[in-house]
Design a protein around this ligand. Structure first.
Ligand code: PLP
Length: 420
């Protein structure tokens, strides 16, 4: 088995040179705060790329999602009193198979997340399950949708359902910057949208995020909230709760230097995805799927899912996993172990939120009803838990854009050996 001298990462930052130029510029001119030319420029560039009117640079994608959620809460239920979240106990439908940063802002605003099951077609929110959820909870007025691993969700179907039920949509495009759906960039489809420049995203500022909108009023509100909600007055005057969520001009310098390389990174990630797809042909596995007719992913992470009948025995507790190797079969735990032994980084699929201990008491709706009603495994009493199934059979492969074709071939070889 090959062992790489230098670790092959899942997805790590790739710098190009201009980043340090803009950071130095900020340094030498003493623009080392949350004001400056880099911030203005990255906001302009992001809005231009996505095709929306306004972008507000923030300290993280999570901060952007929090302020999206707060805007939605206030639009729906009015301004809260201090200490009272804007969602005030109201239920919110949200993607289930995702990073917890998508859904935690609902809790920050005192709402109650209801998890909507995943579809096999894109690994994103299942429109059928969403419609089912509105049947069960007709009063819900807010939906949070993620484009997982850079693959656009079925936006038209989801938006149509939202409109039918008079609900607002928050779009978490943290992983999908540069991906498009029916020719339009993701980050354009929500009433409120967010992207991230976290260190492992397709381009990075080391950290950072952005709120995206066509509404001047919302952009101004987010700008104000993110800088402690100061009113126009000679002293620190506050009418609303504020946050320290603004992007630093130093971070913005890194993002500014990265922006011109977004398309290059996407091309590299796509080549990685295609090489896996080709190299894994003949094995009982599929790559993470996308709707090629209507969408162009940014291919942020390449993932695979093992065919049901090619899964060896695998058991997962809350923090540990065990498996038994079987001839001709494998499982994510085995493949991840073997990849780690090569000094490369893979990762399980995002563990669905309805399976997380902190959200165990929250409702979970599948295409055929209340997902909490199932008695065991993934299929029982007609209830199919797609998220749990993809989590059990899927994994994220090393997808770093600095990985060489030779390194990738060695990883493919190791995966083949897992099935021997
Ligand atoms: C990374 C990520 C976030 C959060 O972005 P940060 O910039 O890390 O705060 C939110 N949602 C998803 C789906 C993400 O992958």
């Amino acid at each position: 088995m090959t062992r790489f001298e230098k670790k092959v990462w899942l997805s790590s930052p790739t710098m190009h040179g201009d980043e340090i130029k803009y950071v130095t510029e900020a340094y030498e001119t003493n623009w080392m705060s949350t004001v400056g030319a880099n911030i203005n420029e990255v906001e302009r560039l992001a809005a231009e790329k996505v095709g929306c009117k306004y972008a507000v640079a923030l300290s993280a994608g999570t901060a952007a999602l929090h302020l999206c959620t707060k805007l939605a809460g206030e639009a729906l239920y009015g301004m809260p009193k201090a200490g009272e979240g804007s969602l005030r106990g109201h239920k919110v439908f949200c993607s289930d198979m995702t990073f917890d940063a998508t859904v935690n802002p609902i809790a920050y605003e005192n709402g109650e997340a209801v998890f909507i099951d995943t579809e096999y077609k894109t690994w994103n929110m299942d429109p059928v399950a969403l419609e089912k959820a509105f049947e069960i909870y007709p009063d819900v007025r807010l939906v949070v949708l993620v484009h997982l691993y850079g693959t656009p969700a079925r936006v038209d179907e989801i938006r149509t359902i939202c409109q039918k039920h008079n609900a607002l949509l928050i779009e978490d495009a943290a992983e999908s910057f540069g991906a498009s759906y029916k020719g339009k960039q993701t980050g354009n489809f929500g009433d409120y949208s967010a992207i991230s420049f976290n260190g492992n995203k397709i381009i990075t500022g080391s950290s950072g995020g952005m709120f995206l909108t066509d509404s001047k009023e919302d952009a101004e509100k987010v700008r104000k909230w993110s800088t402690q909600s100061r009113e126009a007055a000679p002293w620190y005057q506050h009418e609303e709760i504020g946050y320290n969520y603004r992007m630093s001009n130093v971070i913005a310098g890194v993002v500014r230097g990265q922006m011109p390389y977004l398309e290059e990174h996407i091309a590299q990630k796509k080549a990685i995805y295609m090489r896996y797809k080709e190299g894994l042909k003949g094995l009982p596995v599929q790559m993470n799927p996308y709707d090629a007719e209507n969408s162009e992913p940014n291919f942020w992470l390449s993932c695979l899912i093992i065919d049901k009948d090619a899964m060896c025995k695998q058991v997962r507790g809350e923090t540990e996993a065990l498996y038994i190797h079987e001839k001709g079969k494998s499982c994510p735990t085995e493949i991840l172990e073997r990849i780690a032994a090569m000094n490369a980084e893979g990762r399980p699929i995002w563990k669905p939120m309805h399976m997380q201990p902190m959200y165990m008491s929250h409702a979970f709706i599948t295409a055929n009803g209340n997902g909490r009603a199932r008695t065991n495994a993934y299929i029982a009493g007609g209830i199919q838990d797609v998220g749990a199934d993809i989590f059990a059979r899927g994994l994220c492969l090393p997808s770093d854009n600095k990985m060489t074709p030779e390194q990738q071939d060695a990883i493919i070889q190791t995966i083949k050996e897992c099935f021997e």
